[in-house]
Ligand binder design. Structure first.
Ligand code: 0A1
Ligand code: ZN
Length: 868
């Protein structure tokens, strides 16, 4: 066993930099086997400078070549595996000096996809969070902001396009078939926002005029054969630019804004200044190859990265503990943008339900497990492990609560003040809170607890009604989650939107601000015992502990005017029955029937209302999880809904057919979603009768949403036709990587099917498939992560076979790409939450991974926290 303890970084140990850079010049000669990077740094004393202190630059896996200071060779330095320490600097007084460094990196060997790497013959970079140090020695921290002047050189025939941040200043032909391009970024930026791209790419472009009348060039760069799939991303970018002007008065500040798509990428996309780099999955779409969900995701990721131009780039993070400052805020902004794009009030509600569903399926479990952390963590070993649903999605909920408390206008005032105070700076979450508080004259000191305490708070509701006095009383008690990462247990400031539902419609509505452990509110003139609709629109990210009767829940499910709570009541009813091993009773079936046949309801809402809570969310309600029992109970419940409502499903399947050319707009997508849920239910109820219909839809669909839904229906319901359709699908789309990812993912996420081979044996076969590539993150996610993290009923087997596969996969991936391995390693986080027979097997698998002596810091942090 290795004995060295992993290094921890702590928020409270922040120290301002002792040096900073006024100017950064980079000259990069690109060669896959040996890229030569020359940097020229104009160095100034920083905020914490002390005379004689060395300059400690970070560098990772670099070959050092030379160092000069003010033009002279400099020998007083030390090299360690992670640093270049420069002594004897000419830094007395306040004058700047010039450091010039030459070093070499090897992009073609870089499988971690951090720093400079090669994908399909082209060069790309990824510098957030700490990738710039893999390109050159640098003060690789977000509070060192500088102006960059970049010269790129490469062989012209292989790399005709050379891109970096900012504005293109000049291009030049060089001897021996090389050429160069000079780029200058007029804005100060930290190193994590640096980017370069070089290769055989082509672009679509548009010129737009922004609110101040300035003309801007927008480009989307892709491999030539993908050009025809870029229109939707371009439309999304233009819509995002206009939305940010209108909603926040924020204008695009660059003359040119570029998006580049790459097939090998660890995450979704990256907001490098003026040169966003995207996973192809979030750029490329055509109706024949992308589903409605893909179209919606592209719109929101394009918006997310664009919005970072202000929330992240113009105002950035002082240190990585503040990550949620930019991520929570930017997710909130992209959620609001997407909600507005839905085009109707019911569309907005649908978007809110989808966002909350994701939060509860992924973030609530994280907040209850060994990796739980506040949205502003206090400590980390590997920052890459903290790009989490907590920092992003819970962070967005916290930002949303400001808006709930201050109103849309008050929130806007806070945003204006934030930019007025901090444009061009690297700041903290506290700075954001102070801007919100000061702009609105509010004391938000208690609101700070959302930043420092982990865990999902629980709010207990007790109510009483006095018919004589016509008075209603509600008492709320909050208990911060019992959680190791939540040390203080101070009460949160929780905004709860509520309304009393009465037959006479008394219109009693309020925003309750729960700030103490316990508070009581009284309401007068309530004409009859009301049904309490609370936490409307999910105004706070909490768990409600509210013993509402099934009758009240049914009332809400049929008539709550808050679409979120209407949906929520249905989920709660279904959840209680599933967990109680019950089938839907006649009253619930009737409520489902009324909802499905209501001509005034949005089809997208109907689809959400009839989709059962995910297994992951059901697990959260149990003290000791038995995945097979939950799967069986949920499936039986689903079967009952499918068969009891078969007439309605069949009618909907006909009524929801769309005609005319495909459009991914929310209304059409909603109709398709409901139609395809109907098909899936019909396959559940009467597989033999409906399989031919599904095959027909599969063969004749003019869009991927319908084709894929039909195929998925056949696969999931174990139809005999599934194999032939799967084969057909592969042949049809063999040269489209993103579609082949879907083909892999569908098979890996198939739940157990009676009389069929286990999904695990399929997954093992898929891993040997000629199109499977261990170093392409999208492909790995579509096979390995899909099975281990999105297919609970197949993964959690009492014999531990799923866990053994998990351990093997983590160990195989780690040397290739630690980030992708560490994501997978999170798959057994909640092992203590399972029934003992599963626990033992999970523990064995975790120990097997932990015993590996060469684990990356990424995986080591995850498994050691799981075992703590
Ligand atoms: N800032 C990006 C997310 C991102 C983070 C790290 C990456 O490197 C592996 C890549 C992207 C965002 O929020 O979109
Ligand atoms: Zn982001």
């Amino acid at each position: 066993m290795k004995t060295d303890l992993p290094q921890s970084f702590r928020r409270l140990e922040y120290c301002a930099p002792n040096y900073t850079f006024a100017q950064v010049g980079l000259d990069i000669a690109l060669d896959p086997a040996r890229t030569i990077v020359k940097s020229r740094l104009e160095v100034l004393p920083g905020a914490s400078h002390e005379a004689g202190s060395p300059l400690v630059l970070q560098g990772h896996e670099l070959e050092f070549v030379s160092l000069r200071i003010n033009g002279e060779a400099h020998r007083q330095f030390e090299l360690t595996p992670e640093t270049l320490i420069i002594h004897a600097l000419p830094n007395e007084g306040k004058q700047s000096f010039i450091v010039e460094i030459i070093c070499v990196c090897v992009p073609e060997k870089n499988t971690s996809l951090m720093g400079l790497y090669v994908s399909n013959g082209n060069f790309f970079t990824q510098c957030e969070a700490e990738g710039f140090r893999k390109i050159t020695y640098f003060l690789d921290r977000p509070d060192v902001m500088a102006r960059y002047h970049v010269t790129l050189r490469a062989r012209e025939a292989e790399y005709p396009v050379l891109l970096s941040n900012g504005n293109l200043i000049s291009t030049e032909k060089l001897p021996n078939g090389w050429h160069s391009a000079v780029w200058e970024d007029p804005f100060l930026k930290p190193s994590y926002l640096f980017a370069l791209v070089a290769g055989k790419l082509e672009c679509i472009e548009e010129t737009i005029t922004t609110s101040s009348g300035a003309k801007k060039l927008l480009q989307i760069w892709v491999e030539p054969h993908d050009l025809k799939k870029t229109r939707h991303a371009m439309d999304s970018l233009i819509a995002s630019i206009h939305w940010d002007e209108k909603r926040y008065g924020l204008e695009l500040d660059l003359e040119r804004f570029m998006i580049v798509a790459v097939g090998d990428f660890n995450m979704g996309a990256m907001e490098n200044k003026g040169l966003n780099i995207f996973n192809t999955k979030y750029v490329l779409a055509r109706p024949e190859t992308a589903t409605d969900a893909d179209f919606a995701n592209i719109e929101s990721v394009v918006a997310h990265e664009y919005f970072h131009n202000w929330t992240g780039n113009r105002v950035t993070c002082r240190d990585w503990f503040q990550l949620s400052l930019k991520e929570g805020l930017t997710v909130f902004r992209d959620q609001e943008f997407s909600a507005d794009q839905m085009g109707s009030e019911s569309g907005r509600a649908v978007k809110r339900i989808e966002d909350v569903r994701l939060l509860r399926q992924l973030q609530f479990p994280e907040d209850a497990g060994p990796m739980a952390h506040p949205i502003r963590p206090d400590e980390y070993q590997e920052i890459n492990n903290f790009y989490t649903v907590t920092v992003y999605e819970k962070g967005a909920e916290v930002v949303r609560m400001y808006q709930t408390l201050l109103g849309v206008d008050g929130f806007r005032k806070g945003m204006d003040l934030y930019f007025q105070r901090h444009d061009g700076q690297a700041v903290t979450c506290d700075d954001f809170l102070f801007a919100m508080a000061d702009a609105n004259g509010r004391d938000l000191s208690q609101f700070k607890n959302w930043y420092s305490q982990a865990g999902t708070p629980k709010v207990r509701v007790e109510e009483s009604y006095d018919a004589d006095k016509r008075q209603y009383q509600v008492t709320l008690r909050q208990s911060p989650a019992v959680n190791a990462a939540n040390k203080d247990g101070k009460p949160f400031h929780i905004p709860l939107k509520m309304r009393l539902l009465t037959p006479a419609d008394d219109r009693v509505e309020a925003l309750l601000e729960l700030t103490q452990d316990q508070q009581t509110w009284n309401f007068d003139d309530v004409t009859s015992r009301p049904v309490l609709s609370i936490n409307r629109s999910f105004s706070a990210p909490i768990n409600l502990d509210f013993n509402q009767s099934e009758a009240d829940l049914l009332t809400m499910f049929s008539s709550d005017d808050d679409a979120f709570n209407r949906w929520e009541a249905g989920q709660k009813l279904a959840m209680q029955m599933i967990l109680g091993n019950r089938l839907p009773d006649a009253a619930l079936i009737e409520a489902y029937r009324n909802l499905l046949t209501d001509p005034d309801l949005d089809p997208a809402f109907k689809e959400l209302a009839l989709t059962l809570p995910a297994e992951a969310y059901l697990y959260e309600q149990c003290a000791s999880v038995d995945p097979q029992k939950i799967y069986a109970a949920r499936r039986a419940f689903r079967h009952a809904i499918a068969s009891e409502l078969r007439i309605e499903w069949a009618a909907l399947y006909q009524q929801m057919q769309t005609s005319g050319p495909f459009s991914p707009d929310a209304a059409s997508a909603g109709k398709r979603a409901l139609k395809n849920l109907a098909l899936s239910m019909l396959l559940e109820a009467d597989p033999l009768i409906w399989a031919p219909m599904a095959v027909n839809q599969y063969q004749n669909a003019d869009n991927m949403t319908d084709r894929y839904a039909a195929l998925a229906g056949l696969v999931i319901h174990g139809s005999k036709s599934a194999a032939a359709c799967l084969e057909d699908f592969y042949i049809r789309f063999a040269d489209d990587a993103l579609v082949i990812d879907k083909w892999f993912a569908l098979q890996s996420s198939r739940p157990p099917v009676a009389n069929a081979e286990s999904t695990l044996s399929d997954v093992k076969r898929l891993r040997e498939h000629e199109a499977f590539k261990m170093n392409n993150p999208n492909r790995v996610r579509s096979v390995i992560h899909a099975f281990c993290m999105s297919n609970p009923a197949s993964f959690h087997q009492v014999d531990g076979s799923g866990y053994a596969f998990w351990a093997e996969s983590v160990l195989a991936l780690d040397p290739i790409n630690p980030q992708i391995a560490a994501r997978l390693a999170r798959g057994l986080d909640r092992w203590r939450h399972f029934a003992p027979i599963y626990q033992e097997q999970m523990l064995a698998a975790l120990k097997r991974v932990a015993a590996c002596e060469t684990l990356s810091a990424d995986v080591k942090e995850v498994v050691s926290k799981a075992l703590e």
